[in-house]
Design a protein around this ligand. Sequence first.
Ligand code: CA
Ligand code: CA
Length: 146
Amino acid sequence: MSQQDSFLSSQDEEAVVNAIKEAETNTSGEIRVHIEAHTDEDHYEHALKVFAELKMHKTELRNGVLFYVAVNDHKFVILGDQGINDKVTDDFWDNTKEMMQDYFRKGNFKQGLVDGILKAGHELKTHFPYEADDIDELSNEISKSS
Ligand code: CA
Ligand code: CA
């Protein structure tokens, strides 16, 4: 079994998807998770490409947030679109990342992602409250590549 397969069990994946759904009931913002084994590129640069490939810059309010994980590289990146980055404090993503890292170091990847997603959702809610006519602009399913 590759590290990628053991990163999240199917139950864990369900918990992550549910966290995305829960976060998105409070905000018009859109959250996605992308998991892959490894990249030769700089992780931040690569996450930018994934963000574009997933068409995450296409949200109306530019309020998409990507949680990108390279499992075998032990790296992850949180990437917010321009709309949200204009609003959050400079250290918001760093704080979120640190909180997640504490879980990741203990091997609790599910809880790290779930808490990171809910924290992002809470912040999104402040700046981009949920509207009754909200559209689920980006899939809540986990995106993967090997
Ligand atoms: Ca939405
Ligand atoms: Ca969504």
